[in-house]
Design a protein. Structure first.
Length: 258
């Protein structure tokens, strides 16, 4: 049975993510990381090794209509959390559950073949994004037209500039709105003319997604898009609440640090 926007959900139940650091002297590495600052908390394993606790015992439940902002300094755990939600990272403890198609708008060019044509890469990247072959082929011409790449779509990707590659990847990844949309920063690619179209496309898929999770350092953007927020500090939840009060707490913490 197909998922509708009204029954999509994403929940994390006491999720913890650890990154073990192999072949490292625990005492010296822990001291060095403590000086330079670390995204997660540094721990010593039972065998004397070093691990970084990137996410610690995080529980959250998202339902249709939720637009969640992820707040925190660089290294707070925002990108790690997005990758856990996307199923890229497996939690060391806890459970991630979801219903509905998850669309992750980061690493746009992941899996694209430089020796394949633009048309062929539309199919490749679409399959990686979780679309069916039938769905991609139905949207193939629309995606190609959106890129505005013309005859280059019949050329190998290795002949593309970086800007052309991003336009193609963006067009494929935003061809349809997922039930659950995950973004590590708002996407804006291409020249001035394409940026305007990209902004309109981004707003369309955000409006049509059931659940949105967005990490960004732009408070104005987050306040415009999101209706709730999660504030992280070294992988731990500081606050989950409404957008205004959580953003105010984030600014207070940043001011205190400065």
């Amino acid at each position: 049975m197909a998922t509708t926007l009204h029954d999509a959900f994403l929940s994390l139940d006491h999720v913890t993510v650890d990154f073990p650091i192999y072949e490292a002297n625990a005492r010296s590495l822990k001291a060095r990381l403590a000086v330079i600052g670390s995204g997660g908390r540094i721990g010593i394993t039972q065998t004397g090794g070093v691990s970084i606790e990137a996410i610690a015992d995080l529980t959250i439940d998202l339902r249709p209509g939720d637009r969640l902002a992820l707040l925190g300094h660089n290294g707070a755990g925002k990108s790690t959390l997005l990758r856990v939600m996307a199923g890229i990272y497996e939690p060391a403890r806890g459970v991630v559950r979801h219903k509905g198609r998850v669309g992750a708008l980061f690493d746009l060019a992941l899996g694209m073949d430089p020796d394949a044509t633009g048309w062929e890469n539309i199919l490749i990247r679409g399959l990686l994004a979780g679309l069916s072959r039938r769905a991609i082929l139905a949207k193939r011409d629309e995606i190609g037209a959106f890129t505005d790449l013309g005859d280059y779509l019949s050329m190998p990707l290795r002949t593309y500039s970086s800007g052309m590659l991003l336009r193609l990847a963006f067009a494929v990844c935003t061809a349809s709105a997922p039930d659950i949309l995950l973004m590590d920063e708002w996407l804006s690619v291409g020249d001035a003319a394409f940026v305007e179209r990209a902004e309109a496309r981004m707003q369309e898929i955000v409006d049509n997604a059931g659940i949105v999770v967005l990490a960004s350092h732009d408070p104005t953007l987050l306040a415009r898009v999101c209706n709730k927020a999660l504030l992280l500090e070294h992988g731990r939840v500081v606050m989950i609440g409404g957008m205004d009060e959580t953003l105010a707490e984030y600014k207070r913490i940043q001011t205190h640090k400065d």
